[in-house]
Design a protein around this ligand. Structure first.
Ligand code: CTP
Ligand code: MG
Length: 231
């Protein structure tokens, strides 16, 4: 499949894909593990490329896999592939540095959220276009949440009504993300956390259950079932 990205799009998507996938168990780097016979990264990039606003995709690949990833994605969509870093934040920074002039909206999207629908990409981008500096997709927390201390003893029950589980793609006005990365200190697990530290207001849009992060073997099995059911 060849996807031509939209030259009139206003969105660049950074795809951190350089992680090892330790929690998935032994094997290839997670972005290259197979889901229904294709690497997770292929699933993720295909869905990003199907979002009409997307102008540019930059993938941060495991440093030893840059050539392999370039070859793999050549048949999926026109993408730029750069070597990632030791932490997710470094991988995002490397991808950000490779974005060409033009797109003023930057999305950051985990390769591990391989089944994220193009509609979610559009809804995050639309919220930034509509005036937000930073936007994250969120879902309500369904489980009761407790704080647990030493010896696995419950310290208390957290009021979950104000809690949200955060997904990607996270969207930013380009200048906001660039400034946040330039000022970044200790690595964080998401990019909205960096802009929060800059005092930027982060808005929320409804997330999607299909944007689950494939982290453990159960998630991979679940994703296989979701894909099979969608066919
Ligand atoms: N990631 C990255 N560079 C790193 C670490 C993570 O680009 N040095 C990417 C992963 O490839 C993934 C996303 O960040 O798409 C979210 O990270 P996570 O789900 O934690 O993936 P891994 O780090 O690969 O998994 P694990 O923590 O189990 O090793
Ligand atoms: Mg990780």
């Amino acid at each position: 499949m060849t996807a031509q990205l939209n030259p009139r799009g206003d969105v660049a998507v950074l795809v951190p894909a350089a992680g090892a996938g330790v929690r998935l168990g032994p094997g290839r780097p997670k972005a290259l593990r197979l889901l229904a016979g294709e690497p997770l990264l292929v699933h993720a990039v295909r869905r990003l490329a199907a979002a009409p606003s997307v102008h540019t995709i930059v993938v941060a690949a495991p440093a030893t896999e840059v050539t392999a990833v370039r070859e793999l994605l050549a048949a999926v969509a026109p993408v730029t592939v750069v070597p990632g870093g030791a932490e997710r934040q470094a991988s995002v920074a490397a991808a950000l540095a490779a974005v060409p002039a033009g797109p003023e909206i930057i999305l950051v999207h985990d390769a591990a959220r391989a089944l994220t629908p193009p509609e979610l990409v559009e809804s995050v981008a639309a919220a930034v276009r509509g005036g937000r500096d930073a936007v994250i997709p969120v879902l309500p927390v369904v489980d009761t949440i407790k704080e647990v201390g030493a010896g696995e003893v419950v310290l208390g029950t957290v009021d979950r009504s104000a809690l949200r589980a955060v997904q990607t793609p996270q969207g930013f006005r380009r200048s906001v993300l660039t400034a946040a990365h330039a000022a970044a200190g200790d690595p964080l697990t998401d990019d909205a956390g960096l802009v929060e530290k800059q005092g930027v207001t982060v808005g929320c849009v409804p997330g999607s259950e299909y944007a689950l992060k494939i982290t453990r073997p159960f998630d991979l099995a679940l994703a296989e079932h979701l894909l099979a059911a969608a066919e």
